[in-house]
Design a protein around this ligand. Structure first.
Ligand SMILES: [Zn+2]
Length: 391
């Protein structure tokens, strides 16, 4: 009981320190310059999950953190939401959520994925589960990097990606204050695979850049990045209204060798209609799709779709997101209709804002340093230490 209480009380203390932004007092590992927690939504709406813990653990009830269970090694159990609370294996708890806390060497497995840090499991309104991993920013970046770039890429490109990913995550934590979580573990934020996704070289890039972030003026830079720009990066103000010098877009001559520089995709018109319908656009029997205007980077601004009822115009960005961002890889495309399909001939992959990852790869191969990569893709931004920013 005393141990259980200790684990929960330690957490309360950490929570207080984090929200008080007194991060210097929190550093749990002496080799690290700063500790900053990120809340990652690992699962958003699941009817049940599989849970396993290797090592010592304590489980507390949310929100007041009363200890409810402790032990060593929790064998596979199913966690389910029920009307009166939460079912952990055979045990019923009349609470809406739990926090699992472990010591530094233990691991938590959710649906077979291995995680560091702490895990909140909460019952949501629709009688589903939401799982949120609370972990140190450096551990988070270690679990993200492998999904963003190949761990065999040149070290300076990996370092640039580590700094950009860290900066973007911190930007998200600032933006999401008051919300249930900061980032999602899927493609809507950065893909986060937990400890399962850590590799030797990506971890080295994280360690070598520990605490480094990008700032513009005194603010954390919204350090957007994407796979391949296709020749010109995009002006962020056209997509999200972020109008700052580092994100105005520029010509990029580095990503020509990217496997995503050119792409061609044949998409059945029926599929496009279905996807548009799912997103609230009623379009039937598409007759033509035309690209009406282009922005300074060459990307399509407006798409005009003619169907049996007339012509509808929509932003190319919304059109791409509705059909699927990995189906129509960018808004830099031409399109023609052949029989019952539309053929898109495009360049690049992603929204195009900020750092072009394949451009960074080729810059690093030409012996440019991470700093040079940032000077090119985020002009006017500079590298700073997180602990100095948060003082
Ligand atoms: Zn590029």
């Amino acid at each position: 009981m005393r141990k259980k209480l200790a684990i929960c009380l330690t957490f309360l203390l950490l929570l207080f320190l984090v929200y008080d932004k007194d991060i210097s007092a929190m550093s749990s590992r002496p080799t690290r310059p700063v500790s900053y927690l990120v809340r990652v939504a690992v699962i958003i709406d699941a009817p049940e999950i599989n849970l396993k813990i290797k090592g010592d653990y304590g489980i507390c009830a949310l929100p007041l953190l009363e200890p409810i269970k402790e032990g060593n090694n929790l064998r596979d159990v199913t966690v389910k939401p029920i009307y009166s609370g939460i079912l952990i294996g055979e045990e019923q708890f009349k609470i809406y959520g739990i926090k699992i806390k472990t010591d530094s060497v233990a691991d938590i497995y959710v649906n077979g994925r291995r995680f560091r840090g702490e895990m909140d499991i909460m019952r949501t309104e629709g009688l589903k589960l939401m799982v949120i991993n609370h972990l140190d920013i450096e551990d988070y970046i270690s679990g993200v990097l492998y999904h963003e770039v190949s761990h065999w890429w040149p070290m300076e490109a990996l370092k640039a990606q580590a700094i950009a990913s860290r900066t973007f995550a911190i930007y998200k934590t600032i933006e999401s204050e008051g919300k249930d979580y900061d980032v999602r573990s899927d493609i809507y934020s950065q893909v986060y695979g937990g400890k399962t996704s850590e590799k030797f070289r990506t971890n080295r890039a994280v360690q070598q850049t520990a605490g480094n972030v990008l700032i513009y003026g005194q603010e954390i830079l919204p350090a957007y990045f994407h796979a391949t720009c296709g020749g010109h990066t995009e002006d962020a103000s056209l997509l999200w209204g972020t109008n700052i010098r580092p994100l105005k877009g520029r010509r990029c001559g580095y990503c020509k060798g990217s496997p995503h520089f050119n792409w061609v995709k044949k998409i059945p018109l029926e599929f496009i209609e279905e996807k548009l319908k799912e997103n609230g656009y009623k379009i039937r029997n598409i007759r033509s799709i035309k690209t009406s205007s282009r922005d300074a980077s060459g990307r399509v601004k407006v798409v005009s779709i003619a169907d049996s009822l007339g012509v509808k115009k929509m932003s190319a960005n919304k059109f791409r997101l509705a059909v699927g961002p990995n189906v129509i890889r960018s808004t830099d495309f031409t399109v023609k209709i052949e029989d019952t399909a539309a053929i898109f001939d495009g360049r690049g992959w992603g929204h195009g804002v900020g750092m072009c990852q394949w451009g960074a790869y080729y810059m690093a191969r030409q012996r440019f340093k991470a700093e040079d990569i940032f000077k090119f893709y985020y002009p006017g931004a500079r590298i700073a230490d997180l602990k100095d920013i948060l003082k």
